[in-house]
Design a protein around this ligand. Structure first.
Ligand code: PGA
Length: 256
């Protein structure tokens, strides 16, 4: 039996209107119906979550959010809480995306948000990745620390609810040729698995899915999937185009 692959659509702060969000959402649902061996999670911006969630009567895609607030409902002006998201049908939450970390989100914030997501029985898509690479491989220490700190007080039991998205910041928002190569991603998969192994033991490694993100397109997806041995992708720009996104789904569906 083949393992189910995971494909996450990170719409970021797009699109402008609810009508546009519905058109993109409908397009993705139509594609997802054809590729049932791919678990597709669409993460619209907060304002579009409910309209996209309501597009489907039976569950073809899952709905994620791009962030959360760890407190409960109450006096937190401007925030959207984890319990609100859960109530709105959100099953997954992207945490620690580099664009949020660049706005000042700390590892402590990520770790608290992670706890709140797991406490609500939702799944977390935890983003990690270095800003740039250096010849002394100090970026590996950076990734190690980022992962260990973000995981904070996580227990072995929690791990099956955590998906790790490795997204090197230097590969995000670039051309497909500038995305990471599959063989290089495989090194990162092994590195991340070693960190999990050291922290939680051998059995734990099997529980954690590892995704790649950063300029994934239908042209580089096959190579990264095959040579990178990843469990799937976190896709930004291409997830706003159902045709292109559907092509990535088709590639993942075929990959054994
Ligand atoms: P990209 O974004 O696919 O547009 O590079 C990926 C991400 O930031 O999650």
């Amino acid at each position: 039996m083949t393992k189910q692959k995971i494909l996450v659509a990170n719409w970021k702060a797009n699109p402008l209107t609810t009508d546009e969000a519905k058109i993109i959402g409908k397009g993705i649902i139509k594609k997802a119906k054809k590729f049932s061996s791919v678990q597709t999670i669409v993460c619209p911006t907060f304002i579009h979550i409910e309209s996209v969630a309501k597009l489907q009567k039976t569950k073809t895609i899952e709905i994620g959010s791009q962030d959360t607030y760890m407190g409960s409902v109450g006096a937190h002006t401007g925030e959207v809480t984890t319990d609100m998201l859960s109530h709105a049908g959100v099953s997954h939450v992207i945490l620690g995306h580099s664009e949020r970390r660049a706005m000042g989100e700390t590892e402590q914030d990520v770790s608290q948000k992670l706890r709140s997501v797991l406490d609500k029985k939702m799944k977390a898509i935890l983003c990690i990745g270095e800003l740039q690479r250096d010849k002394d491989a100090r970026y590996l220490i950076f990734i190690h620390d980022q992962l260990v700190h973000s995981l904070g007080d996580i227990t072995k039991k929690d791990l099956s609810s955590i998906i790790i998205a490795y997204e090197p910041v230097w590969a995000i928002g670039r051309t497909e040729a500038e995305a990471m190569k599959g063989a290089d991603m495989y090194e990162m998969v092994i590195f991340i698995q070693r960190i999990i192994n050291d922290a939680f033991g051998k059995e734990a490694v099997k529980k954690v899915k590892i995704l790649y993100g950063g300029s994934v397109t239908a042209d580089n997806a096959e190579e990264i999937l095959r040579d990178g041995h990843v469990d799937g992708f976190l896709v930004g720009r291409q997830s706003l185009y159902p045709e292109n996104f559907g092509e990535i789904m088709a590639i993942m569906n075929d990959e054994k």
